[in-house]
Design a protein around this ligand. Structure first.
Ligand code: PMP
Length: 288
């Protein structure tokens, strides 16, 4: 089936879904995005994703392109036109089109560029991956200082994932100059220590506040598990009982190896598997 992509008010066939050459998203990475899981044709945690989108826009002083209900309609229509039952929907907003200039405030307000696309992802593939877990590769964190804003400046993440692939790993975990893990290239990083405590980095400009991370904290509280939000070192991660990462497309993904070190007994951990099972009972499921 031909894919349809929404661009600035129109639903276009894939080959005609074009953005201007002087779009600031293209020239400056001056754009933000969101990715929302689609499950049984419903959007998961839509409210939190929309809240974060609005925060990202506000931080960059990009005009909100439309009100939340209108954006919600675009998301649903894109999912519907692409017949996505399981997969994801991606929404990107750039500052807009203007003759190339670093300063963006000179010629008055700009009209943001909006792109929305949706893609199917077979749930069986994700489940198969979660059954065996993934390997991750540690990489120096060489990204900018405002990782709390979900911008499209994903080149360091893309290169880190390529480096991970070279050693048979599925994800890269970034490590800061002090030896603390910040987060995954496209996920938040978690460990469970030998006392059963769940540890993930506290929020701040160093990491993206993952929506999946936030909802998983709801799950952890509900289960009465102990949560510690603090930075952990790469050495701690390698010695952990369990490790996993979270994102809207992987939910809770067991990590069974970091670089050359197997985590625990080298198989997905029991608590990790349980949290993965519980997640969707707690997450918000939006009407289609
Ligand atoms: N950190 C980074 C750098 C990411 O790119 C992502 C996924 N977009 C996440 C964390 C996880 O965020 P979420 O749970 O909202 O998908």
């Amino acid at each position: 089936m031909a894919r349809i992509i929404y661009v600035n008010g129109r639903y276009r066939p894939w080959g005609e879904a074009l953005v201007h050459a002087e779009d600031r998203g293209f020239q400056f990475g001056d754009a933000i995005y969101e990715v929302c899981e689609v499950r049984n044709g419903r959007l998961i945690d839509e409210t939190r994703h929309m809240e974060r989108l609005e925060r990202s826009l506000a931080e960059l002083r990009i005009t909100a392109p439309m009100a939340r209900p209108a954006l919600a309609r675009v998301l649903r229509e894109t999912v519907r036109r692409n017949r996505v039952t399981f997969g994801m929907v991606y929404l990107q907003v750039s500052r807009g089109v203007r003759p190339r200039e670093f300063i963006f405030s000179n010629a008055g307000p700009m009209t943001p560029t909006i792109v929305c696309l949706a893609r199917s992802m077979a749930p069986a593939n994700a489940e198969a991956m979660a059954e065996v877990g993934i390997a991750v590769r540690s990489m120096p964190d060489n990204r900018w200082g405002r990782r709390d804003i979900k911008t499209v400046m994903l080149l360091p993440a893309s290169l880190a994932k390529e480096a991970a692939k070279e050693i048979g790993a599925k994800e890269a975990w970034f490590v800061d100059e002090k030896g603390f893990v910040t987060e995954g290239a496209s996920s938040n990083a978690w460990i469970i220590d030998t006392r059963g405590r769940l540890i993930t980095r506290s929020v701040g400009p160093e990491i993206l506040r993952g929506v999946t991370r936030t909802t998983l904290i709801d799950v952890i509280r509900q289960e009465g598990l102990e949560l510690v939000e603090r930075p952990f070192t790469l050495a701690e991660a390698k010695a952990a009982r369990e490790a996993f990462d979270t994102s809207a497309t992987s939910i809770v993904m067991p990590v069974v190896r970091i670089d050359d070190s197997p985590i625990g007994n080298g198989a997905p951990g029991i608590t990790t598997a349980r949290l993965r099972k519980l997640f969707h009972a707690v997450a918000e499921v939006a009407a289609a």
